[in-house]
Design a protein around this ligand. Structure first.
Ligand SMILES: [Cu+2]
Length: 108
């Protein structure tokens, strides 16, 4: 039984002290489109998206699967904090211009 206990202990230690990904991921908005629109993150690690909105209008980074809503004013920047994610695809959109402002976070 000693091995499984050790593995469980190591897993709990990892969960207790989540390390942030090395640096924020820069994403910009222009003409109501995200660049990049496909964002790769490490699974299991909290991540910060540094969103720069170059448009005149405010936009809301919105994702039900990521459980995130973050409004960024026009010509402003804001950080979108992502919880540790299981591997998978997490669509997001700009709620105010969802016809064009669409993207996906891929955790792997
Ligand atoms: Cu919303």
């Amino acid at each position: 039984m000693s091995k499984p206990v050790l593995i469980l202990g190591a897993t709990l230690a990892l969960l207790a002290t989540p390390a942030f990904a090395d640096e924020p991921i820069a994403v910009s908005l222009q003409n109501h489109r995200f660049t990049p629109a496909t964002i790769h993150v490490k699974a299991g690690v909290p991540t910060v998206i540094a969103l720069t909105n170059n448009d005149d209008a405010a936009e809301e980074f919105d994702s039900s699967s990521l459980k995130v809503e973050k409004v960024v004013a026009g010509h402003s920047s804001g950080n979108v904090r992502l919880r540790p994610l299981a591997p998978g695809r997490y669509p997001f959109m700009g709620e105010y211009h969802s016809e064009t402002a669409q993207g996906v976070v891929i955790a792997e």
